[in-house]
Design a protein around this ligand. Structure first.
Ligand code: SAH
Ligand code: SF4
Length: 446
């Protein structure tokens, strides 16, 4: 059957969708060129905020409605919203053919067979410790790939539904990850991004597994994993996301400083700059500890790129708390920031508290932080004018096809006129001539 997968939410979902596409192709199905042509539509859902869930459910509803006009198309929903909703998913979407939770996506080819045999409304959600089949399945690759290294999350921040839907932490054995990365590199992949909800907790829960790994300079499992992957033939860049500040140890800093392939960028969600709110959130660090952690990174490289997530309007967040977040962001000098308006999620600890910051006030705080970040992003990028950045080429720029774009090690987007015919995945040196809040413009050196 011709299929299409629509993805909502985080990079983890992007990766799971790619694995599903690879598994379906291996089972003899074929990717549709567009939605109209698709005989099977799979929607990968997010539930981290209410709005995100609504989008995926809305899209599924549209796909099911289109089906009523006589087509025999299959519609399946996968991902975090399925785990949250359970059987209720069929109350919201009565015409759904199958629904599958985030740790069971490997079953999809089999569920499709069952649907083709006439079954409908199949629900499969896994237990909190299940390891999905097909974690290492990849489609025919470009030069970049995501690799899942840590499943689930055991942190239980007060506002977060992720642990309920993605289950317990499970670290894949280092050798398995190294084999996957090696195979990707052998097929031309130059950059991998290692994924986990709290990726620096890699190897903490099932530590015994790592006892037989090769000798290493490092004691902690995540730097050990980086060291193992750093030896991969043909691989040029290693990134990882998302990082909990608690994992920003001296060994991690040392790994950044000593392994040139490990990109000098960290997505380090701070969530708030107020100690009172951080405590209520159960984040496990105070403002000063967060700032001390990033100071270590910027000490050895002042251009070390830092990005973050912030929540505005957490229950009880006062103007003073909000101003503390504002000042932390200024002190931290983030290169980029994603700002989210607090959304109570059923079953989380904070959902029991009154959602007492008004919608308008959340919106105002959101806009203030975005405007601050716009200025800060520009100022940070202006510092780079005149410097030469090593850029991995991605392809023609979306806005102007005469120019090409790529990313530097800090994940900054760099746009430039190609000096010659270029291939995606090639590395060029670009002198920066112009700064914008979100992009750098430059000229490629011959
Ligand atoms: N595992 C990642 C984050 C996963 S969710 C980490 O811990 O770094 C991505 C982001 O969504 C979070 O960093 C947080 O800023 C935001 N988020 C999570 N739950 C939320 C909620 N209930 N309301 C608003 N934003 C939320
Ligand atoms: Fe959610 Fe906290 Fe786990 Fe991130 S670390 S997924 S915010 S519980």
């Amino acid at each position: 059957m011709k299929f299409i997968v629509h993805t909502y939410g985080c990079q983890m979902n992007v990766r799971d969708s790619e694995a599903v596409a690879a598994l379906l192709a291996a089972a003899g199905h074929e990717k549709a060129a567009n939605e109209d042509e698709a005989e099977m539509v799979i929607i990968n859902s997010c539930t981290v905020r209410d709005k995100a869930e609504q989008k995926a459910i809305g899209k599924s509803g549209n796909m099911i409605a289109a089906k009523r006009n006589g087509s025999k198309r299959l519609v399946g929903l996968m991902g975090c919203a399925v785990k949250r909703l359970g059987e209720d998913v069929f109350k919201l979407l009565p015409g759904l053919d199958f629904a599958v939770g985030p740790r069971r996506f490997g079953a999809i080819p089999h569920l499709v067979e069952r649907c083709l045999a006439g079954e409908r409304r199949i629900l499969e959600t896994a237990g909190d410790d299940e390891v999905p089949q097909g974690l290492d399945a990849h489609e025919q690759q470009g030069f970049k790939a995501f690799v899942t290294v840590l499943l689930g999350c055991d942190n239980r921040c007060s506002y977060c539904i992720v642990p309920d839907v993605r289950g317990h932490e499970f670290s894949r054995p280092g050798r398995e990850v190294a084999a996957e990365v090696g195979a990707l590199a052998a097929h031309g992949v130059k950059e991998v991004c290692l994924l986990g909800q709290s990726v620096l907790r890699y190897g903490r829960r099932n530590a015994a597994w790592f006892a037989s790994d090769p000798p290493s300079l490092y004691k902690e499992p995540f730097p050990r994993l980086l060291e193992m992957l750093d030896k991969t033939q043909g691989l040029e860049r290693i990134r990882f996301t998302s990082a909990h500040p608690g994992g920003c140890t001296d060994e991690l800093v040392q790994a950044f400083a000593t392994m040139p392939r490990v990109c000098r960028h960290l997505h380090l969600p701070v969530q708030s700059g107020s100690d009172r709110i951080l405590k209520a959130m159960g984040r496990g660090y105070a403002r000063a500890e967060y700032l001390a952690a990033i100071a270590k990174l910027r000490r050895f490289d002042p251009e070390f790129a830092l990005t973050t997530d912030v929540i505005v309007g957490y229950p009880g967040e006062t103007e003073e708390d909000f101003e503390a977040t504002r000042s932390l962001m200024e002190e931290a000098q983030f290169d980029n920031a994603f700002i989210f308006k607090y959304s109570p999620r059923p079953g989380t600890r904070s959902a029991a508290l009154p959602d007492d910051v008004s919608k308008e006030e959340k919106e105002r705080r959101n806009q203030v932080l975005l405007a601050d970040q716009e200025k800060r992003g520009l100022a940070r990028n202006e510092r780079l004018v005149g410097t030469v950045r090593e850029v991995m080429v991605e392809g023609p720029s979306l806005r102007n096809a005469a120019r090409w774009s790529g990313r530097d090690g800090g994940n900054r987007i760099v746009v430039f006129a190609p000096p010659r015919a270029l291939r995606p995945g090639e590395t060029v040196q670009v002198r920066i001539t112009e700064a914008h809040p979100q992009i750098l413009i430059g000229e490629a050196l011959a």
